[in-house]
Design a protein around this ligand. Structure first.
Ligand code: SME
Length: 160
């Protein structure tokens, strides 16, 4: 177990440095966000769907799907308050769902999804978007994931 945790820490540290580097390149923002999704999806075994929802500039109470890695989703626009993403938009707090089957206010993307984490992205105190990750594994997200993903959105928040 300790070994696993050390391995995860090493992986997360290495991914943070990759993400920090790619955010500093001259790629367009949408390509950077796509690359962040790909890095997370391709390297963390329990991250089965990774995507950004961005606050709509014309309707500040709606999230619009941005770059993502994983299966396409029908949930391309999510009003604040709806689903896990919409609830996290209202509270601006990280929302970890160990078992999506127990949530009544939940928007299903695929029956394979068992757990989910949504990390709000703030820029100068304002909600600008969210990082949403689904897992096919129940209770996939530990404190280490939350800490890691908070650092990811701190880096990414500068872009949005
Ligand atoms: N499950 C989310 C919807 C987005 S998908 O996970 C990609 C929710 O309940 O808000």
């Amino acid at each position: 177990m300790t070994n696993n945790l050390n391995n995860m820490k090493e992986l997360f540290d290495s991914l943070l440095s990759q993400i920090d580097k790619l955010v500093g390149t001259s790629m367009p923002t949408s390509e950077k966000l796509q690359a962040v999704c790909d890095v997370l999806h391709d390297n963390v075994i329990h991250y089965d769907w990774v995507g950004f929802y961005i606050v709509d500039k014309n309707n500040k109470r709606e999230l619009v799907l941005g770059p993502f890695a994983g299966a396409p989703t029908e949930h391309v626009r999510i009003p604040f308050g709806k689903g896990i993403c919409g609830q996290a938009a209202e509270t601006r707090e990280v929302f970890v769902v160990p078992d999506v089957a127990k949530e009544t206010n939940y928007l299903a993307c695929s029956l394979n999804v068992k757990s989910e984490i949504v990390v709000p992205i703030l820029n100068s105190g304002e909600l600008v978007g969210e990082l949403d990750i689904d897992s096919h594994k129940p209770e996939a997200f530990a404190t280490e994931d939350t800490e890691f993903l908070r650092k990811v959105v701190d880096i990414v928040g500068r872009l949005i």
